[in-house]
Ligand binder design. Structure first.
Ligand SMILES: O[C@H]1[C@H](O)[C@@H](O)[C@H](O)[C@@H](O)[C@H]1O
Length: 611
């Protein structure tokens, strides 16, 4: 197989030099076989030289694939060449190879179908975590013939997060062993059983058990859906397609609030609310009966025929030779994961995740962002917004909650357009300070509202609708906007942080962090309101948001537009923020230049350097 790739082209040979150990000169930094520059610094120098020769015009074929060779990025192009260089070395990564078939490809209806079917999991994640806020209000005395206590409300809410936490830990490995599609179909079964238990519940514990089982489905879907999408998406639009999952998620929450408001006064309306969740579950299951798994999974199982078939349907105008090449590469890289059986493989992945510095930094960022997402308090508002708005004087609290989740949805849509253009780092650094300010204002407003918790109910010193109540509503909406723009969306881009061989385990860690955080917040929020007052609770979230801004400023590099293996190289010897910004800027310029010259096609050139 290696021979067939080796025979294919000089370009492939240079680009996949990691597949040709004998031909690669791995140890010599910057040794080239083409006489072309071996470092980005030298490339720029080389370019300048050419530009001078061409009267300042850029030479036509000046593009060098910096992603596949050993490069050095200058912190500042104007600075002395010997200073501030950051050495960037290539690493093996499946996605490194995906440019063969993803450049110059229009997105096919098949990929769109797969993306939308997979992201139904996002919808269920959103709907199932969203409806509980309304349901908790309308359940009234339907369970055990008594009003639910705060503690019971917390258990019902947190059960789903607990279930999701449990399954997210193993979902990455299960997806590798059983396949992405069967795991998503299994999650459909969990949704089904969980929903039926809830719909028929007359006892508190049956309701809690139903929520827990539903949570099993949510945990699997929350990890595998973005993974599935990232594996079938063309590289150029992978980020955006992943945000589609977040759009379905926030859309699901919005619809849950909408239905909740509509069914608020209907007898047993909450049962209908839960029943509606069966529709997307059944739809996804039915669609998946006719759709395939991802090519990468088929390659992992040695079913190269099916892998080729799926790629052929995904990239309709691509020649068979290229498809075959792609599958060969995937197969070669699959062998690069050590371990005779899944358990040993898993253990080796875990070891690699912790011992390889770039992986460990990816883990810090991935888990860090998911933890920040949860510990800045958003979900406590999602789960308990009905209760919060009731306490500040709004009778139809569900209707007000629609505005909050609507804001979440609209700003996720804005993030969809900004995430590649403005960049992940910038939207985080805009979002987190915005959230801090909004939370501080809420904390102050709660203080003046004079709200106290007495046992199971809230006591407000001023009765009815107060101006401080309005301030709280407005700033919760402002908070929602900044949240959705940045930290609500960016952490789900987690798969780009990890190289292919540890991506499953790495994303499991990050997803589990998300659910652990959600669990802690959901199960303690009302108790926090009671014990440290709403002002204390919102001040705590504000402090976390403020510290998180500092964390992102120092640890989160700009990843938009970067090749995936460049992400690894950026993280190799630090967080390298400056270098990442310089590279991201350069990549954008290259794309813009390419577009201007109708050169979006990635052309194999003689300038590719073998490392
Ligand atoms: O990204 C999502 C989104 O922001 C949701 O609104 C929130 O409820 C989830 O916890 C989060 O993971």
């Amino acid at each position: 197989m290696k021979n067939s790739i080796a025979a294919s082209s000089r370009w492939a040979k240079g680009r996949f030099s990691h597949l040709f150990p004998s031909s690669a000169n791995n140890s010599d930094m910057g040794v080239t076989t083409t006489g072309q520059p071996s470092t980005l610094g030298e490339e720029l120098h080389h370019r300048k030289h050419h530009e001078e020769e061409n009267d300042g015009k850029r030479p036509k074929k000046s593009h060098v694939s910096t992603s596949t060779m050993q490069i050095q990025t200058r912190q500042d192009e104007d600075e002395d060449e010997d200073n501030d260089r950051i050495v960037i070395k290539p690493v093996n990564d499946e996605d490194d190879t995906s440019v063969i078939i993803t450049f110059n490809q229009s997105i096919s209806p098949f990929i769109i179908t797969l993306t939308f079917v997979a992201s139904i999991s996002g919808f269920m994640f959103g709907y199932d975590t969203g409806y509980i806020s309304s349901a908790l209000i309308s359940i009234d005395k339907d369970l055990d013939n008594k009003v639910l206590t705060y503690g019971e409300k917390e258990i019902i809410t947190a059960a789903t997060s607990l279930g999701a936490l449990i399954t997210s830990v193993g979902a990455g490995t299960a997806a590798d062993v059983f396949g992405r599609r069967p795991c998503l179909m299994f999650s459909n079964l969990m949704f089904l059983i969980g929903a039926i238990l809830q719909i028929t519940a007359h006892r508190f514990w049956q309701m809690a058990a139903g929520r827990l089982i539903m949570g099993f489905g949510v945990g699997i879907g929350s990890l595998i859906s973005p993974l599935f999408i990232s594996e079938i998406a063309p590289k150029m639009i992978r980020g955006r397609l992943t945000v589609i999952n977040s759009l379905w998620l926030t859309g699901g929450q919005l619809i849950a609030y909408g239905c909740g408001a509509g069914l608020n006064h209907v007898n047993n309306g909450w049962r209908i609310l839960v029943g509606l969740s069966l529709i997307p579950t059944v739809l996804q299951f039915s669609f998946f009966c006719f759709l395939p798994d991802t090519p990468r999974y088929y390659v992992m199982k040695g079913d190269l025929k099916r892998a080729k078939m799926v790629l052929k349907r995904s990239y309709v105008n691509t020649e068979d030779e290229i498809i075959n090449q792609k599958v060969d590469e995937l197969a070669s890289l699959n062998h690069s994961i050590p371990g005779k059986n899944p358990i040993i493989k898993f253990w080796n992945m875990v070891k690699e995740l912790h011992t390889v510095p770039s992986n460990f930094r990816a883990l810090i960022i991935g888990c860090g962002l998911q933890a920040i997402q949860q510990f800045t308090g958003w979900n406590s508002l999602m789960y308990f917004s009905g209760t919060i708005f009731e306490t500040v004087g709004f009778k139809n609290s569900s209707a007000v909650s629609i505005i909050v989740s609507g804001t979440n949805f609209v700003f996720t849509l804005i993030a969809f357009f900004c995430i590649d253009k403005i960049g992940r780092r910038y939207i985080l650094l805009i979002g987190l300070p915005g959230m801090t300010i909004a939370l501080v204002v809420c904390a102050i407003a709660f203080h003046f509202l004079g709200i106290k918790f007495d046992g199971a109910s809230a006591v407000v010193s001023s009765t009815g609708f107060s101006s401080w109540g309005i301030v709280i509503i407005i700033f919760i909406i402002v908070y929602a906007a900044f949240y959705a723009l940045g930290i609500g969306t960016v952490p789900w881009q987690q798969s780009e942080l990890f190289p292919q061989n540890v991506r499953g385990v790495g994303t499991s860690y990050a997803t589990a962090t998300n659910w652990a955080g959600s669990l802690v917040i959901a199960s303690t929020f009302l108790t926090m309101l009671q014990n440290i007052t709403p002002t204390g609770t919102f001040s705590f979230f504000a402090a976390v948001a403020c510290l998180s801004t500092i964390f992102c400023y120092f640890c989160y590099p700009e990843l938009s537009g970067l090749e995936l293996e460049e992400v690894q190289t950026i993280l190799k010897d630090g967080f390298n923020i400056k270098a990442s910004k310089a590279l991201a800027k350069k990549r954008k310029q290259q794309v813009a230049e390419g577009a201007a010259h109708h050169k979006l096609k990635f052309e194999p050139t003689q300038e590719i350097v073998e490392s």
